[in-house]
Design a protein around this ligand. Structure first.
Ligand SMILES: Cc1cc2nc3c(=O)[nH]c(=O)nc-3n(C[C@H](O)[C@H](O)[C@H](O)COP(=O)(O)OP(=O)(O)OC[C@H]3O[C@@H](n4cnc5c(N)ncnc54)[C@H](O)[C@@H]3O)c2cc1C
Ligand code: FES
Length: 258
């Protein structure tokens, strides 16, 4: 699959509650080949500061070309991206990594927590293009954090159930509290979000339901060169997988959960 390293023009910048920002970029070449779950390495500043690119999942693909990134400001790089102006150029490398696998016959469910939900929108777009309308369970701290995803997912035709930590929207509690309602109904679960959430999803699926998870680690290169994103392999002490190259999407059974 081709990878591109280019400057792309920012078409639109949207600010949401809880320091969440959506950037729309004219990266139609990346959009044409990307698979949901893949990511791009983004140069956040205009010069060499910060030196290292930051990884972001591809959040959505426009029908007319282009991609969107959905990010939460957590540090210097994301703060710089949040101040991007329409018309500015941003350097991306991608699409990188291994994306989500094809859906089985039958029902599928997407489970996301926090900003980890970002790749689920592109995944939902891709599934709907194949005639698969997933059930989507999303968790967040409070109602405002759902604003960037929930309306678009409902417009796609997905059934969406939400939870919030503060009870301001949907179920008051963890998104994983909603999992038991899936028993016997779904053939596959795709999950992204905090590790404890994905671990709970993996435990729920066990060996009864296929489950893929998208992992996030610190990444220096995103290309398999620095070996900084190593994760252990179940049952092995002599080898590692690398999230940027072998993932970020893994079968839940391939992950050593805390
Ligand atoms: C494959 C992949 C896809 C990602 N997709 C998204 C996305 O779609 N949207 C989004 O908002 N974020 C995403 N992230 C996380 C994003 O890369 C980090 O938030 C970003 O690099 C932080 O950069 P910064 O300069 O703002 O923060 P820094 O100043 O570098 O760090 C600020 C804080 O964030 C923590 N942090 C930084 N990177 C990570 C990380 N990878 N995992 C956990 N904690 C981290 C640091 O430890 C520190 O506490 C993704 C990460 C990976 C590996
Ligand atoms: S980030 Fe460098 S090898 Fe994965």
């Amino acid at each position: 699959m081709p990878e591109f390293q280019k400057n792309y023009t920012v078409r639109r910048v949207e600010h949401f509650e809880a320091n969440i920002v959506r950037l729309s970029l004219d990266a139609s070449d990346i959009a044409a080949v990307a698979r949901p779950g893949q990511f791009v390495m983004v140069a956040c500043g205009t010069g060499q500061d910060p030196l290292l690119r930051r990884p972001f999942s591809i959040h959505s693909r426009y029908p007319d070309g282009g991609i969107q990134l959905l990010l939460r400001v957590v540090g210097r790089g994301t703060a710089m991206l949040a101040e991007t102006a329409v018309g500015q150029q941003i350097s991306l490398v991608g699409p990188l990594g291994k994306g989500f696998g094809i859906p089985p016959d039958g029902e599928v469910c997407l489970v996301g927590g926090g900003i980890g939900c970002a790749p689920l929108f592109f995944l939902a777009q891709w599934l709907v293009e194949q005639g698969v309308f997933p059930l989507v369970l999303l968790g967040a701290g409070s109602a405002g954090e759902h604003a960037a995803l929930v309306p678009g997912l409902r417009d796609l035709g997905c059934a969406v159930h939400v939870s919030t930590d503060d009870g301001s929207l949907g179920h008051h509690g963890f998104v994983t509290d909603l999992l038991p309602a899936l028993s016997g109904k779904v053939q596959k679960v795709y999950a992204c979000g905090p590790v404890p959430m994905m671990a709970a999803v993996a435990r729920f699926c066990g060996d009864r339901i296929a489950c893929e998870v998208s992992l996030e680690t610190h990444m220096a290169c995103g290309l398999g060169a620095c070996l900084g994103c190593a994760i252990p392999i179940p049952g092995r002490t002599d080898a590692y997988r690398h999230v940027c190259k072998h993932g970020p999407v893994f079968q839940a059974t391939e992950v050593v959960w805390p």
